[in-house]
Design a protein around this ligand. Structure first.
Ligand SMILES: [Fe+2]
Length: 511
């Protein structure tokens, strides 16, 4: 038996070596859109315009960056090491810090000089071996994940988040990595997916999230975070045979709504890990889309409503209850082509961007009105434009609201930079369908984040901040727009070009 095990390991290493030769891309040119190797700490920046006096705190944005060492490069941008970018506002002045998260992947790349690791769209030659090793070491010391999707706070600690456990703590001032946030509870901690988009219901002071436990008996698990300690309290569970890939979910005053797209996986395929994570999922349009309605108080599945129309989404915008019905806004795609295509290597910059642009073109801001106990009553298009990264005034999360901030997520082709093609940022009025926009030629906006004015109770009184990548001039700046007029009030140039990223949050200044 021992010899068979030894042989299996030899075969795995042998196959892995061959795979590694194919996986490592040689001499790929660095890209302004994705690459950054340098870090700076608390560098003062020149402010053009003026910063509102009430704006004190740190805007921190997370995202993968692609790095190149010698002749090696990350296999896919999504699996690049996490980098935090922090803009700190203090009495009208702005400073900037950026730092890689010191994860196990950071160590692999920068200490070992290896680009061989498993990721969302990247396959590792040691995936099975790592899985076995992880099995034995999990309880001793969980490794620090490459948490490159979002940031937030759990139990008064700042954390970087991704879709694998566990959250990674960081220092809000220096952005230094402090270690994994270890939960002291009985919820599943391995073979799970968890959403990097937790909900904060400010009215009820509750942070809620869900995870998917993969196994012979898979389930969706809903929980609330304890406000003071790293502890998650179970709300409820729903058993599922073939779990769906879902990047986010919706929350109302009384319900959790899980929109289950027909992009599903046989959990056994994930256990075997023969392919990168997302490549194990497949699109089944004949299954339609399910709306799972879970009671926040009892944790019970109130209803599972099937919509025969199959669609996919990354981001829910908001949801709330009105006259006993659930109103749910979401940015939809007609299929999951965009995500299924992740990990297709050897595409040129323009080929890859063309693919992203074609898929992004098909997005719609949709509004579904659902009876929690019966059926979908209505679905309509609020905006038929290519949009993504939708954000709202978070004080209105779970409540009736009016404004969405979003961007046109299509990339600029190299030829577009010269010809002045525009990629706007929008403020959308959901009550009228009207939109106002900010745009400038040759630039790519990131996710717009609304920061409310603490002295106002108007939904759009505040600022919208966004890290803008000027592709033509190869530099980046933080743009600050007035929330009401959507006009620029300030911009602050960063010391280097900041690659496109994922999600950011604003944290009020700590004393
Ligand atoms: Fe996201």
């Amino acid at each position: 038996m021992k010899y068979i095990n030894f042989l299996v390991v030899l075969v795995i290493i042998g196959i892995g070596f061959i795979g590694y030769r194919f996986m490592t891309k040689k001499n790929k040119a660095s890209s302004i859109v994705s690459d950054l190797n340098t870090e700076v700490t608390q560098q003062s920046l020149v402010v053009e315009g003026s910063i509102p006096e009430w704006l004190n705190g740190s805007f921190v944005r997370n995202g993968p960056v692609s790095v190149q060492i010698n002749d090696q490069k990350i296999a896919h941008w999504f699996d690049g090491p996490a980098m935090l970018h922090g803009f700190t506002f203090r009495n009208g002045a702005v400073s900037y810090t950026n730092k890689f998260l010191r994860s196990k992947i950071y160590e692999k790349i920068f200490v070992e000089g290896s680009f061989n690791y498993a990721g969302f769209a990247t396959k590792s030659r040691f995936s099975l071996w790592e899985k076995i090793a992880n099995f034995f070491t999990w309880n001793a010391e969980p490794s620090i994940q490459n948490a490159n999707v979002n940031v937030g706070t759990i139990a008064n600690q700042y954390v970087a988040l991704t879709e694998t456990p566990l959250p990674v703590r960081f220092d809000i001032k220096t952005l230094d990595t402090l270690g994994a946030l270890k939960f002291q509870d009985d919820l599943p901690k391995k073979n799970i997916f968890e959403s990097a988009h937790m909900h904060y219901d400010m009215k009820k002071q509750e942070k809620i999230n869900y995870l998917i436990k993969y196994g012979r008996e898979s389930k969706y698990v809903f929980y609330r975070y304890n406000a003071e300690k790293p502890y998650r309290e179970l709300i409820g569970e729903v058993a599922v045979d073939k779990p769906a890939y879902m990047h986010s979910f919706a929350l109302t005053e009384n319900y959790i709504v899980l929109v289950e797209f027909p992009l599903t996986v046989n959990p056994i395929d994930l256990m075997i890990m023969a392919k990168p994570y997302i490549k194990n999922f497949s699109w089944h349009p004949e299954q339609g889309t399910n709306f799972l309605i879970i009671d926040r108080k009892t944790g019970k599945l109130v209803n599972k409503i099937k919509d025969n129309d199959p669609f996919f989404a990354f981001h829910h915008v908001n949801a709330y209850e009105k006259e006993g019905k659930i109103v749910l806004d979401i940015v939809t795609y007609p299929d999951a082509d965009l995500i299924v295509a992740f990990g297709d290597l050897n595409k040129s910059y323009d080929e890859e961007n063309n693919h992203i642009n074609q898929d992004a073109k098909r997005t719609k801001l949709m509004r579904y009105t659902v009876s929690p106990v019966t059926e979908i009553i209505d679905s309509r298009v609020l905006l038929d434009e290519p949009i993504e990264y939708p954000r709202i005034n978070e004080q209105y999360n779970t409540q009736p609201y009016r404004y969405v901030y979003a961007i046109d997520p299509r990339r600029l082709m190299l030829s577009d930079v010269q010809t002045g093609v525009l990629r706007p940022m929008y403020k959308i009025d959901t009550t009228t369908g009207n939109k106002v926009l900010w745009q400038e030629s040759g630039v790519l906006p990131g996710e717009p984040v609304f920061i409310p004015n603490p002295h106002s109770d108007k939904e759009d009184e505040g600022v919208v901040v966004n890290i803008i990548l000027d592709v033509g001039k190869q530099r980046a700046f933080l743009l600050i727009l007035d929330g009401q007029s959507f006009k620029e009030i300030a911009r602050v140039y960063a010391p280097h070009a900041i690659p496109l990223g994922l999600h950011g949050q604003f944290f009020k200044l700590q004393k």
